[in-house]
Ligand binder design. Structure first.
Ligand code: XIL
Length: 320
């Protein structure tokens, strides 16, 4: 697609999607997903997260992660893997004990090696650290930060590089799409700190959970990406793109704002050489996380419940 390495959609395991049970939709959904002309890349929305892959200390379970990873292999889709170190959707045991720094380092190391070695050779990208920043751009006070300080970020990238040298290693976050935000500044500081330690960060993932009524322009996105590239990362990507619409209702105006938002991202990514790809955070509205986590918002994807397409679908295609 117009100079991008990939354009894809995240997906979840049947039975774990946001609107379940909804088996009546599976056949149509699966057919759209399977069509590589629609989506040539995927990310498991949940299956590779800590709570699924290491539910008990040192006990690994790849059942959920493998469902999407195997689908990607069968369908010849690129796989972005998500996410090794994240404060959310952790297995409860990780936060149940007051670890010493040495204990928590050993836990992180076992996790990163356990998961990244298992998927070695299959992950085009790994989101090595996800959402390490607070809204004000300072470090989020996660269990990892509280016990280890910013060293945990360096260790994560070091161990991920050792475990799967072939995967591109990403720092991934939301709210880092705008050029002048304090969180964008925070992402730059964070990534520079890791690069300055001589470690490899290949890319910065802008999740891209955007708002139809208040979205950044193409120029904003381009400016932000250029700032990241200037730091010395080789690539950037939109890793979890969706554009939420405020309830109640969906009308032509809101859908036009949404189409503009999606198109601005697509166009910015096409224009910035280092922007390698875009992942939609599930294309089908009933399987989108948005209304479940943000009840005042909905219709963030590209296909409505009845499988008609949002205007944003054509807006993106026109860019490509
Ligand atoms: C979301 C999933 O889509 C939901 O199914 C789950 O309940 C919560 O997490 N940022 C991320 C993703 O990095 O992992 C999140 O995915 C959305 C926000």
């Amino acid at each position: 697609k117009a100079g991008l390495e990939y354009y894809g959609s995240a997906t979840d395991t049947p039975g774990f999607r946001e609107r379940e049970p909804y088996a009546a939709a599976y056949a149509t959904y699966d057919a759209i997903f399977a069509n590589n002309d629609e989506f040539g890349q995927t990310t498991p929305t949940n299956g590779q997260k800590w709570m699924f892959v290491e539910p008990e200390p040192g006990v690994f379970n790849f059942t959920e992660g493998d469902i999407v990873a195997d689908l990607a292999r069968k369908q010849g889709k690129l796989l972005r893997c998500h996410a090794l170190i994240w404060h959310s959707q952790l297995a409860p045991w990780v936060e149940a004990t007051k670890w010493t720094p040495e204990e928590l380092k050993a836990i992180m190391k076992r996790h990163i090696f356990g998961v990244a070695s298992y998927y070695k050779g299959r992950c085009h990208h790994w989101d090595v650290v996800n959402e390490a920043l607070d809204e004000d751009g300072t470090y989020r006070k996660s269990v990892f930060f509280n016990v280890l300080g910013e060293e945990y970020l360096k260790l994560a990238f070091q161990w991920a590089a050792e475990a799967d040298p072939g995967a591109k290693l990403y720092y991934n976050d939301y709210g880092i799409e705008r050029p002048a935000s304090v969180k964008t500044a925070g992402a730059k500081r964070l990534v520079k700190m890791i690069l300055d330690a001589g470690l490899r960060v290949d890319g910065i993932g802008m999740q891209g959970h955007l708002h139809a009524d208040n979205h950044a322009t193409m120029a904003d996105h381009m400016n932000t990406m250029q700032q990241y590239v200037d730091l010395g990362v080789h690539e950037v990507a939109f890793t979890e793109l969706d554009v939420r619409i405020k309830t109640p209702g969906v009308n032509e105006t809101k859908l036009a704002w949404q189409a503009d938002s999606y198109a601005a991202v697509a166009e910015a990514c096409v224009r910035v050489k280092q922007c390698v790809g875009i992942t939609i955070w599930d294309f089908y509205d009933p399987f989108s996380w948005i209304p479940h986590v943000f009840p005042d918002n909905h219709a963030a994807g590209l296909w409505f419940e009845d499988f008609t397409k949002h205007p944003a679908y054509d807006a993106i295609i026109n860019v490509f």
